[in-house]
Structures are given as structure tokens and as C-alpha cells.
Design a protein around this ligand. Structure first.
Ligand SMILES: Cc1cc2nc3c(=O)[nH]c(=O)nc-3n(C[C@H](O)[C@H](O)[C@H](O)COP(=O)(O)O)c2cc1C
Length: 169
């Protein structure tokens, strides 16, 4: 299966999971980087990123090396911000047309309930929630390696074993 794991991570949680998933799938790993870094400290961290995500803003990002037409699967890996997709993923979706590409989601959050973020992304992708395979992780960078590995590897197996279909989150 030709796959790419495309991720944005402000604080490393999503990166840890994305690296593991890409390795397990033998997938290309692509990082979405904003041209201007979001704050990572204090209240500003939540205010700046949260405001952009609530508004579905598209902050400038660096060029992304991704050709969906050459792939069987694109996994979008991202943190949930203010109940929605982290804003840099909106910028990715503006630049890269994923219609016609099989997409799966891996969402990091503090709460572990990614349902509103998945609904947000389904709308932005023009997909049905039920058709999006989803792995929801609670701060994966803080999970022990074995637990994270088990969850991510299980998700990878489900992606390899099916051609579509939704996952529980
Ligand atoms: C701006 C901002 C908004 C956030 N909003 C939420 C939220 O609504 N619900 C939640 O459970 N976690 C929220 N979080 C926590 C992150 O989703 C969580 O820590 C995630 O694991 C971070 O991933 P990262 O380290 O890859 O950036 C928020 C974090 C930030 C920075």
C-alpha cells in the first residue's frame, strides 16, 4: 500500500504517534510546518491557536511535498484545538486536494474525545464521519511506548485490512 502520514504537531504528541504509524505502514512521513510558529507557553498558547482553529483560519505553511494521486492512503495526524482541527491542517487542505483519495485520521487531544474534531474534518473533507477511519489518542507523547505502539499498530493493521469504513473514536 502506498501511503503517507501527514502531520502537524505543536508540542510533539502527534509527532510521536505519526512517526510510529509511518514506520509501521512503510509510509512517507510529511510534516506540516507553519511559517510562523504558534506560541507554546502560557495562556497565549491556547488563545492564539484556539482562536485560529475556531475561525477555521488558514495560517501560512511551508510547501508540502505530497502527491495524493500517487497514493492509496493519506493519514492526517493532528492535534485537536478548541474542539476542531488544529488550524495548520486547514492550510494543508487548502493547498492539497484530497478528494478522490482515501483518508484516515489520527487525532491527539488532552481529553481523548476527538468527536467534534472528526466532525469538523469530515465537513472540510466532504466526507461522512462514518467513512473516516479514526484513531483518537490522549496526549500520545506522554503514553508509554508499548501502549502507544499497540494502539498505533492496531490502527495500521485495520487500515491495511480494509479499503474503507469508519472506526470508533
Ligand atoms: C490551542 C490549543 C487548543 C487545544 N484545545 C483542546 C481541546 O479543545 N480539547 C482537548 O482535549 N485538548 C485540546 N488541546 C490539547 C492538545 O490537543 C493536546 O495536548 C495534543 O496532544 C497536542 O498535540 P501536539 O503535541 O502534537 O501539538 C489544545 C491545545 C492547544 C495548543
Amino acid at each position: 500500500m502506498r501511503a503517507a502520514v501527514v502531520y502537524y504537531s505543536l508540542e510533539g504528541n502527534t509527532r510521536a504517534a505519526a512517526e510510529r504509524l509511518a514506520k509501521r505502514l512503510g509510509a512517507k512521513l510529511v510534516e506540516v510546518k507553519t511559517t510562523k510558529a504558534y506560541p507554546t507557553k502560557g495562556l497565549r498558547k491556547f488563545l492564539v491557536g484556539g482562536k485560529d482553529s475556531m475561525a477555521s483560519s488558514t495560517p501560512p505553511i511551508e510547501p508540502v511535498d505530497l502527491d495524493p494521486a500517487s497514493l492509496d492512503l493519506v493519514v492526517l495526524a493532528l492535534p485537536m484545538w478548541a474542539g476542531k482541527a488544529a488550524a495548520p491542517i486547514n492550510s494543508l487542505l487548502k493547498k492539497v486536494n484530497l478528494s478522490g483519495t482515501r483518508v484516515a485520521l489520527m487525532v491527539s487531544s488532552a481529553s481523548g474525545d476527538a468527536s467534534s474534531c472528526v466532525a469538523d474534518l469530515a465537513g472540510k473533507l466532504g466526507a461522512k464521519v462514518a467513512d473516516l477511519p479514526v484513531l483518537s489518542l490522549t496526549n500520545p507523547g506522554k503514553m508509554d511506548a508499548a501502549s502507544l505502539g499497540a494502539k498505533v499498530d492496531g490502527f495500521a493493521s485495520s487500515l491495511e485490512g480494509s479499503t474503507g469504513g469508519g472506526g470508533a473514536f
